[in-house]
Ligand binder design. Structure first.
Ligand SMILES: CC(C)(COP(=O)(O)OP(=O)(O)OC[C@H]1O[C@@H](n2cnc3c(N)ncnc32)[C@H](O)[C@@H]1OP(=O)(O)O)[C@@H](O)C(=O)NCCC(=O)NCCS
Length: 189
């Protein structure tokens, strides 16, 4: 059966020199090198990193961009979280996106946008209700991420509220969401 990623591959492959695909173990070293280069050594100090530490990404939601030589030139991963609690006290399942990064030599070619769209499509396809992230609103608003839905939520550490954004994949999913973001994904064995 064709998956959402098959459609994304088919859409981008004929006209560009990159493809979006599921991450494999062969991408890991290149992905970490890319993140060190693009985001610097402080990247592991971020509050988002507390959510990711010792966890595996959400099922099917670790994506890479590869160039024509099959080198990893972009990465995005999403993580299972509880986005606070709803008004009835039940935890709200959601995803935290990040990091998103594209190799500096390939910026401005739409690769970041392709990774974002593929991630949003795949998360929707898998039935998730919302995606949260911490990042520049000027970049992420084009994909539908806004700070309004996170105003009663907090990250587990320092964060800038105007960079704490969310996209609802199911309308109203974050209505009344309040409290702290907590990791809920699978742990490394
Ligand atoms: C942000 C990033 C992923 C964008 O990747 P990309 O492949 O260059 O993005 P696209 O080609 O899809 O989009 C380029 C557009 O986004 C804009 N843009 C890029 N970063 C931006 C930012 N931080 N704020 C606002 N706009 C931004 C560019 O100016 C360009 O605008 P244009 O379309 O009007 O020319 C890439 O620059 C990167 O890896 N940056 C360093 C890591 C980072 O900041 N990650 C995000 C935080 S998790």
């Amino acid at each position: 059966m064709a998956t959402v990623l098959d459609s994304v591959r088919a859409f981008f492959a004929p006209t560009t020199t990159y493809a979006i695909d599921a991450e494999t173990p062969a991408d890991v070293v290149a992905r970490e090198t890319l993140l060190d280069r693009v985001m610097g050594p402080d990247r592991r100090m971020k509050s988002s990193e507390k959510i990711r530490r010792n966890r595996l990404p959400a099922e099917g939601l670790a994506l890479v961009a590869r160039n024509a030589e099959a080198h990893t030139i972009g990465t995005v991963r999403l993580w299972n979280i509880e986005a606070g609690i709803a008004m009835d006290g039940a935890p709200i399942d959601a995803l935290l996106l990040g990091p998103l990064a594209v190799d500096c030599t390939c910026e401005g070619k739409g690769i970041g946008a392709a990774l974002m769209r593929a991630a949003i499509m795949e998360a929707t396809h898998r039935g998730h209700g919302a995606i949260l992230l911490v990042g520049d609103a000027a970049y992420y608003e084009r994909f539908g991420f806004f700070a309004e839905k996170t105003r009663h939520l907090v990250m587990p550490g320092p964060f800038q509220r105007n960079r704490f954004l969310a996209l609802e994949l199911k309308p109203g999913w974050l209505d009344g969401a309040a409290g702290m973001i907590v990791a809920s994904g699978r742990k490394f064995a």
